[in-house]
Design a protein around this ligand. Structure first.
Ligand SMILES: *Cc1c(COP(=O)(O)O)cnc(C)c1O
Length: 359
């Protein structure tokens, strides 16, 4: 029986991607060597990085004046690198708090420069995205988390930055490549790979080039975007294998028909699950309808007397794994990233229906 992995991250990867990647581990590009053994200065690996960057630019329609970087340290390091690099003396930044990750991002910024929390849905346990926001007209950037992995909310429309010299910055770790986006709406986007792109170990950063021109502090070399732009993400030994898996994921998305097609598939998958949560009286979604994520779908028992572990064990016995909600929320969470096949959703919906019948 096939196993479906609903983990929030590290998360499911497409079968084609796993097969190709396991071949690289044995031998890469007719070199007689494993990709794990190859110099990042060798021709096949330099080409691999160029190819992966080109695919990313093509799929996301990245304009000429942006750079694509492959960095280490996870999305969590970007919480610090963004303010370190972008906030010069006397600059401040605005943050919207929509969950645990944006809160962490703001906390890191606050260690570096003045940080304005301009909106937060924390008092309602992050069940919605705040829409009424009052921006500071002199803030250098507005930071958002486009999809809240833990709480299951997602921006359907991005806020416009009011400062004409400011820009929008988004942590897109859990919805990058799930739909087309307009890169020019953003100054900088970052995303850890292990949700929707590949394995842990590499973080995608897309940065508008003018943002790295202006800073007045000496930054550690590794924490300076300029280092990585100038050296094509190869200042030091990069996470070659992780990047090769991302490249396979990009090829897989191309084969499916690109991000427009990906978005249609994701909408359809999410609809199926939300419809069942809606129909099935055992379950409900605590999340505001208009803000519901298409990637991470939390749901809870309507009757608090029912034990979460009973449903989790029922799912486990059907090879539906990692459905436990985040410890701060409880209940259940189905992460249905790009690589979760529609059959996985069908199996989960069937499990919800059978559990309802048997109770
Ligand atoms: C998982 C996640 C992070 C943390 O990513 P790391 O790569 O582990 O640092 C940050 N933001 C969001 C939205 C996430 O889903």
């Amino acid at each position: 029986m096939k196993t479906y992995n609903f983990s929030a991250g590290p998360a499911v990867l497409a079968d084609d991607v796993l097969k190709a990647s396991s071949n690289f581990v044995i031998e890469h590009s007719d070199s007689g060597m494993s990709i794990l053994e190859m110099s990042h200065r060798s021709q096949p690996i330099v080409s691999l990085f160029d190819e992966t960057t080109k695919r990313t630019k093509d799929l996301l329609n990245v304009p000429e004046n942006y750079s694509v970087l492959w960095l280490q340290g996870g999305a969590s390091l970007q919480f610090s690198m963004v303010p370190m690099n972008l906030l010069t003396k006397n600059c401040s930044a605005d943050y919207i708090i929509t969950g645990a990750w944006s809160k962490k991002a703001a906390q890191e910024c606050n260690k570096i420069r003045k940080t304005n929390i301009i909106a937060s849905s924390e008092s309602d346990t992050f069940t919605y995205i705040p829409k009424k926001i009052k921006q500071n007209l002199n803030s250098k950037y507005l930071h958002i988390t486009s999809n809240n992995t833990i709480y299951g909310t997602q921006y359907k429309k991005f806020p416009k930055v009011e400062n004409l010299n400011g820009c929008l910055i988004a942590d897109m770790s859990s919805d990058i490549l799930s739909k087309p986006i307009n890169i020019t709406d953003f100054g900088l986007i970052y995303a850890g790979a292990q949700k929707n792109m590949g394995p842990a170990g590499v973080t995608l950063v897309i940065i508008r080039n003018d943002l790295i021109l202006d800073y007045d502090r000496k930054l550690p070399t590794m924490l300076n975007y300029r280092t990585h732009v100038e050296k094509g993400s190869m200042f030091n030994t990069p996470p070659v294998f992780s990047v090769s898996v991302v490249n396979e994921t990009l090829k897989w998305i191309e084969k499916i028909g690109g991000l427009e097609q990906m978005a249609v598939i994701n909408q359809n998958k999410a609809n199926k699950l939300y419809n069942e949560i809606n129909r099935n009286e055992l379950f409900f979604s605590p999340i505001a309808k208009e803000d519901r994520s298409l990637m991470n779908i939390p749901f809870i028992f309507s009757d608090k007397r029912l034990k979460d572990s009973n449903f989790l064990e029922f799912c486990s016995s059907r090879n539906l794994h990692s459905l436990k909600g985040h410890r701060s929320v409880g209940g259940f969470r189905a992460s249905i990233y790009n690589a979760m096949p529609e059959e996985g959703i069908d199996e989960l919906v069937k499990a919800m229906q059978d559990f309802e019948k048997n109770i």
